[in-house]
Design a protein around this ligand. Sequence first.
Ligand code: AHR
Length: 500
Amino acid sequence: MTTITLHPDFRVGPVDRRVFGSFVEHLGRCVYTGVYEPGHETADEHGFRRDVADLTRELGVTMLRYPGGNFVSNYTWEDAVGPVEDRKPFLDLAWRTVEPNLVGTDEFLQYCEREGIEPMMAVNLGTRGIDAAIGLLEYCNGEAGTKWADMRIANGREEPYGVKLWCLGNEMDGPWQIGHKDAHEYGKLAAATGRAMRQVDPSIELVACGSSSMMMDTFGEWERTVLSYCYDVVDHISMHAYYEEMDGDRDSFLASGTAMSTFIERVAASADAIGAQKRSDKRISISFDEWNVWYLFSRFVGETNLPVQKDAPRIIEDVYSALDAVVVGDMIVSLLSHADRVAVGCLAQLVNVIAPIMTEPDGPAWKQTTFHPFATAARLAQGEALQVKVDSATMSTKKHGDVPTVTAAATVDPETGALALFVTNRTAEEQTVTLRHPGATARIEGGSAVLADHVGPREGKEAAEAYGMVDALPVSHGDGAITLRLAPESWTAFHGTLAS
Ligand code: AHR
């Protein structure tokens, strides 16, 4: 028997809405024929696809990271501002693709503004450094009267954009990164760049690169060294994690959310250890600025095996299954359970590239299976995350050891008492859960679920759209407890009320 216990007074902390962010990188067809396709029947006057923007809105994305990813580490932002006819294509070494520079900083930031989405920018600390970073920041946020701010104004944008969130490079621990550095080199450069950027605009928030995954040989030591240089300068440390089902090991894949939680807790512990050593009252939070299911090892050929291509090639266009949607839901459970620590999250990426939204050039846009849990959680998870006590059986997995069979996260809106409860059943059997709410009144009004129905990847618009959320199994209210039923291998979002 599984029990879940909740009380409105036992809280993790407010859910930072930026945790429902996503990511637009100049990679494959994320930008070109993804968000941007002039000439498409839905394109607006700026060349951005309305069908994609509408799906992005429905997805509930609050923030977009840009322009990379690996791409940023060889990017010259100055080449992609000003009159489009003067911009020259360049060979992006990260994805071995000719980048036409038709979309750059202004196009992206104005798109975000029109769509009501907060931008998160990254600076190039691979091939470039302090100079390019402070120039870009001044271009984005500076007032008239200095070189780069005046260039923005000359390019037609009077008002500063006021970009708040800035990544100091991307995955600099990865040997694949253009301009890869060791932790000392990167830590010093990130600290110096961050300090200079704060002199341009003290109101910004800065993200230092953490590890590209928990499997990196340098994991732990990287965080320790980087933060020993940057602790006082940055606000967040980044985390990236991608999970996939390998060798038919379904149980380990279903346990990805637990692996993600372990990763978060280890990074938080590493950051706190530096804070303790410095006797600092400051707490570094986490920017989980790339997370998703990605068949990286089983489907992707690897960056260096890509041929040089142009015209928005199809790169890492993973097609998702129903099981992938359940795992994405479970990863959201992990993020919300750590709301006191995770300030930013980016489902990587938004369109076409390991994405919840797919498009065809000159054709339709549609939702992948993974769209559904994200959109549902983004809509329902309001207010504060609660401490959720789950007592369930465990299951043993090859990769992650013994993990709970049921995981859960909950939020309550203190103003309205609206409750959202997200629950994953990792087993192949239906589960009955007793939801206890001692000393509080609770009601579950309904719910919807994604089911891993053992049907493989849903290729193309028709197959993908045949998949959607289904009604949650019926709920019964008893004296002081509610009985929930969870379908086999499912992620369910319940909604209701909870009050003291
Ligand atoms: O999201 C795809 C790639 O994954 C990003 O460019 C990089 O940061 C990560 O390795």
